[in-house]
Design a protein around this ligand. Structure first.
Ligand SMILES: [Zn+2]
Length: 111
């Protein structure tokens, strides 16, 4: 079935919480972002509180989507989505840290 990218039909594909199997209420589903690439939605389960982040895209072949569970807030999701990509300097920084084993030590400090 063909569908418009902005159609609320996409949101109706989000039906049940994958954790506790309770039906989502449509009012609990927020649209965080819409673009030519698809629709990003965020749903919080009223029963168990799990947050489900989903991305839908309408292609000529139909609607495709994927979903992940997250503990990020909608605000954090958007900040992350707007963030700069990884650039050359980031890669070099990581390589530098790896060579000095600082990265591992920094992680150990975090734990
Ligand atoms: Zn749930």
């Amino acid at each position: 079935m063909m569908t418009n990218m902005n159609s609320p039909l996409n949101l109706r594909l989000i039906k049940k919480c994958p954790i506790c199997n309770v039906d989502y209420q449509q009012s609990m589903i927020q649209v965080l972002d819409e673009s030519e690439y698809g629709v990003l939605t965020y749903a919080t389960c009223k029963s168990c509180g799990a947050n489900l982040l989903t991305k839908f895209a309408s292609l000529p072949q139909g609607v495709i989507g994927n979903a992940i569970l997250t503990d990020l807030t909608p605000q954090e999701v958007l900040e992350f989505a707007d963030g700069d990509g990884i650039n050359d300097d980031d890669v070099l920084d990581i390589q530098h840290l790896l060579s000095k084993k600082e990265l591992v030590n920094n992680f150990k400090k975090l734990i």
